[in-house]
Design a protein around this ligand. Structure first.
Ligand code: SF4
Length: 362
């Protein structure tokens, strides 16, 4: 029987991105399997003859790397100034630990294993060595999330973390860096909630990692995080400090647990070894749950819409119409509008509502 342990090392990476993809449509088995098996929806779409549209653009990736490069240049001078200004760090703080991989702009860490080792070393030192003076800013802290969360030994990279001494304890706070422009009270609410959700995933992941180490005096993982955005049109950071991540971390905890259970359940249905399974084909032919939100992230949206049209499902008219029509098909709703006799109480009630709302056929 197939097992999760057969997944490739690569499939254990980029946990956060896959988690965020999954929560957009957790009812869809195709989406769940794509997240669990780390097979891109874009690749599945291509295999079915659909042109992918939603991948992150090379421009956006380059822009993000440039922004991070600027923040962490010269021992993190730029981000440190901003952090000190908003009170995340005290004035005249020092110490920068760069754990970013060289492929992501780091200077010396060449492999995931090396980043994991250094990250682990830092967390342990914060606990056991009373004389240890930690660095105050860490870029690319990498965590190996304990077994049983989404996938065995999934890894996650935290954009930025800071360490402060508070009441005789080391406190770590996590931050999420985005090139989103901060426009004060007019900042895009979707962008803020996306960044908060991601920071919540970091907070939760760091907490369970620290818990799993069984340290005697573990560092405190603060539920208070921060978001690093940009001044519109510039590379200067704007830090939204004191973001309460309690709810977002809870959402991440519940989501990870649910995704983990689903992963076990879906994969246990396969009787073949995963290595012998055509993953794209498996994902492409799993159950779907088409919704309006699919158009915001999934490259299979045109295909699932085609299927919904072929099945005459009300969801092709949008979420609100789908709620109104329930299990009644679009074709049948049109017949009811045109005055056919309803066959059931549901159809009768629907016909009254459609006529009262003055829906018309064209
Ligand atoms: S578009 Fe289809 S495959 Fe993608 S999430 Fe929606 S229902 Fe699932």
């Amino acid at each position: 029987m197939a097992g999760l342990d057969e997944l490739t090392d690569e499939a254990r990476r980029n946990t956060r991105g896959r988690f965020e993809q999954w929560v957009k449509n957790p009812q869809c088995e195709t989406n769940t399997l794509s997240a669990v098996l780390n097979v891109k929806l874009a690749d599945v779409a291509l295999s079915l003859g659909y042109q992918p549209e939603y991948g992150q653009s090379p421009f956006a990736i380059t822009r993000g790397l440039q922004f991070e490069g600027w923040l962490f240049k010269d021992e993190a001078k730029v981000i440190r100034e901003s952090m000190e200004k908003v009170g995340i760090l005290e004035a005249n703080s020092s110490g920068f630990l760069d754990l970013r991989l060289t492929m992501n702009g780091g200077k010396s860490i060449k492999s995931v294993d090396a980043a994991l080792e250094k990250s682990h070393e830092l967390l342990v030192n914060l606990s056991k060595d009373k004389k240890f003076i930690p660095t105050t800013i860490i870029a690319g802290l990498m965590l190996k999330i304990p077994k049983g969360v989404m996938l065995p030994e999934a890894t996650l990279i935290i954009d930025v973390a800071s360490i402060q001494r508070v009441d005789d304890e080391w406190v770590i706070r996590v931050g999420e860096i985005k090139v989103f422009p901060d426009r004060g009270g007019h900042t895009d609410s979707n962008e803020i909630s996306t960044a908060r959700a991601q920071a919540g995933v970091y907070q939760h992941a760091l907490q369970i990692t620290v818990d799993s180490l069984g340290l005697t005096n573990p560092p405190v993982v603060s539920t208070n995080g921060y978001l690093v955005f940009t001044w519109p049109g510039t590379n200067s950071p704007v830090i939204r400090a004191n973001e309460d991540l309690t709810y977002q971390a809870r959402r991440a905890a519940l989501g990870f647990e649910r995704l983990d259970n689903l992963a076990q359940e879906l994969i246990s249905k396969k009787t073949q070894n995963l290595a012998e399974v055509d993953l794209k084909d498996w994902i492409a032919h799993s159950k779907t749950e088409y919704k309006e939100i699919c158009w915001s992230f999934c490259d299979l949206a045109p295909r699932c819409q085609d299927l919904a049209i072929a099945d005459d499902r009300a969801i092709v008219l949008g979420t609100e119409a789908s709620k109104l029509l329930g299990s009644v098909s679009v074709g049948r709703a049109i017949e009811l509008l045109e005055g056919v006799d309803p066959k059931t109480d549901v159809e009768r009630a629907l016909q009254v509502q459609l006529l009262a709302a003055k829906w018309e056929t064209v």
